[in-house]
Design a protein around this ligand. Structure first.
Ligand SMILES: Cc1ncc(COP(=O)(O)O)c(C=O)c1O
Length: 436
């Protein structure tokens, strides 16, 4: 009886509300899932759902990819855990040897943790420790995670910061170059100029560049609304950082591992950061994250000021190696590029059909569709977004919102989604938009 209760989730809503923090239980949609494979989540209700958010980009090769499972299983038989530094295992070294093949620049030394937020924490600790400077510049719309350091940098929604002050000190937020929300939506160079001008004002009036350890930026914003900045903005940041000895940190936790059709968004924009935070898609669902830097920088990080028990877990590292192999073997960068262009084009067609769509943007399979109140000046339409998401879910397609008022719907399926599956998703999206 007890077992059957567990296997059917029993009285799901009551159990969830009694047992899980509201952070979980009041999230949307709390879809009861019994199995996952490839693009699909198999629900307790017997229905099959297309996962068009790929667990926030954590399963870029799809759910339960056989190669990833096999590698993890093989490693589990040998050793599940070993605290790196106390013991040493082969998979963490092999992963550290492989990552430079796919990372931008010559980032070739790593600290491994368990999550995106942990990777971000490591990046800012590294930057402050090696520069001896306190200041950190972050950007409005940026999301970097939920631990205190990462939350101090996060400025994608005020509600993510509610009741948490005081935050880490010496963090300065400046505007991101967000074309659609700028005063010049059709003029990316003006949008770039204004954002860089605001940054310069902060460096002139608030914090001298000599006091700034790092700038941390998502090269494409995720939670903030799938915002693609003009290339010149990121190149401008690179130039300012180089000029002042400020370390440029790219948070590629969401945009990494093929999501954009390149291994990392840095390669889309041709900008090389000094430090990178990576996680999510790295190990196809096994917990892993990393701080990446050049050896000459990383080797100056004082050993005692950071550490981990689980970071660089052998099973997660084996899963990461299999994930990288899978992306290579299945040509997923190319597929993400081609299918991304197709999907972007088709969603843009929907924009001419539905006035509720204000903007469609994206790179590779990281596509955002922003919903607005028709007839207004880009007023966010979170009601429409909620309705479209619910309608799509009832038709078997899971998507998830982002943006300041959750008015942006992200289209981010696993990279091995097929053209047929994309067409099925588009048909559901079309029907769901028709209902609002
Ligand atoms: C860009 C970015 N950085 C950091 C994080 C935090 O990652 P995690 O939830 O693994 O701590 C996220 C999560 O959404 C993210 O999108």
């Amino acid at each position: 009886m007890e077992n059957s209760k567990k296997s059917t989730f029993g009285d799901l809503v009551n159990r969830r509300e009694k047992l899980l923090a509201p952070i979980f239980s009041q999230d949307w949609p709390n879809l009861p899932v019994v199995r996952a494979e490839g693009l699909y989540l198999y629900g307790l209700d017997g229905k099959r759902y297309m996962d068009f958010m790929a667990a926030f980009g954590a399963v870029n090769v799809g759910h339960n990819h056989p190669a990833v499972l096999a590698a993890a299983r093989e490693q589990m038989e040998k050793q599940v855990h070993g605290a790196v530094g106390v013991t040493l295992h082969e998979s963490v070294l092999r992963l550290a040897e492989t990552l430079p093949e796919i990372l931008p620049g010559a980032l070739d030394m790593f600290f491994f943790g368990n999550s995106g937020a942990e990777a971000v924490e490591g990046c800012i600790k590294l930057a402050r420790n090696v520069t001896g400077r306190p200041g950190i510049i972050a950007f409005t719309g940026g999301f970097h995670g939920r631990t205190y350091g990462a939350a101090s940098l996060t400025a994608s929604k005020a509600s993510y910061r509610l009741g948490l002050e005081p935050f880490l000190s010496s963090v300065y937020h400046v505007p991101y170059a967000d074309p659609y929300h700028s005063s010049h939506p059709d003029d990316p160079s003006q949008c770039t100029l204004e954002a860089l001008h605001s940054l310069q004002t902060v460096l002139d009036r608030l914090v001298a560049p000599s006091q700034v350890a790092a700038m941390i930026v998502e090269p494409i914003q995720g939670e903030g609304g799938y915002v693609v900045p003009p290339k010149e903005f990121l190149q401008g940041l690179r130039e300012i950082c180089t000029r002042h000895g400020i370390l440029l940190i790219f948070d590629e936790v969401q945009s990494g591992f093929g999501r954009t059709g390149e291994w990392f968004a840095a390669q889309v924009f041709d900008v090389v950061p000094d430090i990178m935070a990576i996680a999510k898609g790295i190990a196809s669902g096994f917990p892993l994250g990393a701080v990446c830097a050049k050896a000459e920088l990383m080797s100056r990080w004082t050993p005692t000021v950071h550490g981990t028990t689980f970071g660089g877990n052998p099973v997660s590292c084996a899963a990461a190696l299999a994930t990288i192999d899978t992306i290579r073997n299945e040509g997923l960068l190319d597929k993400a590029k081609k299918n991304g262009e197709y999907l972007l084009g088709r969603v843009k067609e929907l924009k001419s059909k539905y006035k509720v769509i204000g903007d469609v943007r994206g790179v590779g399979l990281m596509i955002g569709m922003e919903l607005i109140v028709p007839g207004t000046d880009r007023e966010p339409n979170s009601t429409a977004s909620k309705n479209v998401l619910n309608e799509a879910l009832s038709r078997g397609m899971l998507m998830y919102p982002c943006g300041m008022r959750s008015q942006v719907i992200r289209l981010a399926p696993p990279l091995n989604v097929t053209r047929d599956q994309i067409d099925q998703g588009l048909a559901i999206l079309d029907e769901s938009l028709a209902t609002v």
